[in-house]
Write a protein that binds this ligand. Structure first.
Ligand SMILES: Cc1ncc(COP(=O)(O)O)c(C=O)c1O
Length: 392
């Protein structure tokens, strides 16, 4: 059987999704219309958070979240080195300094112990951005305890984790619910579990933050109906009146994208099921090979898995050979992630070097993300497993 080109991630677009997009294209609103509110309401319904502010990407969501918290020059923000660049860049884009604390080698997420050690030995950060890596929820309740003790704010980067849940003191929480954080963000890039083509959202339970996010999303502008009547009702001004209260930009998402997002959300449970089954099949196939380290346990337990990162105990040369040989077999894996503190921008600016976050560095040296997406067929999964095993 032929298995042409298996990517590491791929969207699943159903006919009903296409119809929703087509209907929206034929409607009165391509942007700033009703599909955006519909999508935001659906995200609140899913997570239980009080407010959702949809925007143009996960990167924009992180930037907006930092702007809403007034991160500025003189502020330090901490995040996980095992993430995409955007988790740190949002702090720098606001004029702050991004710093990093190491991961927990089991969860691959920011380690609350390392965070506590950092807080004991440095001035407290302004903000901490834990990342739910691969769909595994970061330990948000532990991070919230530290936030209460040291006075920082928390943004959950849930770009990988829509549909994942975590338990705390007998209750279950959806990633992005903001029960243990000030803000959370999602990404709807096509590699993620559900997609808007490009898109993101900021979640919060704080109405003041939500209003500020909406204003920042649209140039820091407030328009006539939300403004007190007096300001607009003068000889000079009228119903067209708007005021700019803070510096914002265009971070808006379109109605076309949100129509796709609404439709995709209706498939989330199914996508989660399919992804979990693939994780289970991979885990069963690889669990008895002591040359391999399986992904975090949570991926098999309560996550909506976004990635399947497997580690080769033999190290970086084995990983590289595996990556290349799998590509020769038309299986295109990815590596998540090069530790952010080692990127030339951060290394040059702050002198961050190898050894700063040893667990993230060791993990990076031997990890490979195998294909994982809802539309991956059983045959394709079997082919990936067989090919990996044959090459071991
Ligand atoms: C952990 C994490 N945060 C943020 C982002 C940024 O999301 P987007 O690509 O939608 O801008 C990504 C994207 O890959 C991500 O993986």
């Amino acid at each position: 059987m032929k298995h042409p080109h298996i990517p590491y991630a791929r969207q699943w677009i159903a006919d009903v999704d296409i119809q929703q997009v087509v209907d929206t294209l034929a409607s009165d609103f391509l942007t700033t219309g009703p599909q955006i509110e519909r999508f935001e309401a659906a995200l609140c319904e899913l997570t239980g958070a009080g407010h959702a502010v949809a925007c143009s990407s996960g990167t924009a969501a992180l930037h907006l979240a930092c702007m809403a918290l007034d991160i500025a020059s003189g502020d330090t923000g901490l995040t996980s080195p095992n993430s995409f660049l955007a988790s740190a860049n949002c702090i720098e884009l606001c004029g702050g300094r991004a710093d990093f604390v190491d991961i927990d080698a089991h969860t691959l997420c920011l380690d609350p112990e390392s965070l506590a050690a950092y807080c004991r030995s440095h001035p407290a950060p302004r903000v901490v951005i834990p990342v739910d890596f691969a769909g595994t929820p970061a330990d948000l309740p532990a991070i919230q305890s530290l936030a209460n003790k040291y006075g920082f704010q928390v943004i959950e980067d849930a770009a990988h984790a829509i549909g994942s849940t975590y338990s705390h003191e007998g209750s279950t929480y959806q990633c992005g619910c903001c029960s243990h954080t000030d803000l959370a963000i999602f990404s709807f890039h096509p590699a993620k579990t559900i997609t808007c083509a490009e898109g993101g959202a900021v979640m919060t339970n704080d109405k003041i933050l939500a209003d500020r996010l909406r204003m920042l999303r649209n140039h820091g502008m407030v328009k006539f109906p939300e403004l007190a009547g007096d300001a607009a009702d003068t000889d000079l001004h009228g119903p067209w009146y708007y005021e700019m209260h803070t510096l914002g930009a265009n971070f808006r998402i379109t109605d076309v994208q949100c129509a796709l997002g609404c439709s995709q959300l209706t498939h989330l449970n199914r996508f989660k099921d399919l992804r979990r089954k693939i994780v289970h099949t991979y885990n069963q196939a690889f669990k008895n090979d002591d040359r391999l380290i399986l992904p975090p346990r949570a991926l098999a337990e309560n996550a909506c898995p976004h990635l399947y990162p497997i580690q080769f105990v033999q190290g970086s040369r084995t990983r590289k050979k595996m990556f290349q040989t799998l590509a020769d077999h038309k299986i295109f894996c990815q590596v998540h992630y090069i530790p952010i503190h080692l990127q030339p921008y951060y290394a040059k600016k702050y002198g961050y070097t190898q050894g700063k976050c040893p667990k993230a560095e060791t993990y990076y040296s031997r990890t490979l993300s195998l294909p994982l997406f809802a539309a991956l067929t059983r045959d394709q999964v079997a082919y990936v497993i067989k090919t990996v095993k044959d090459l071991m």
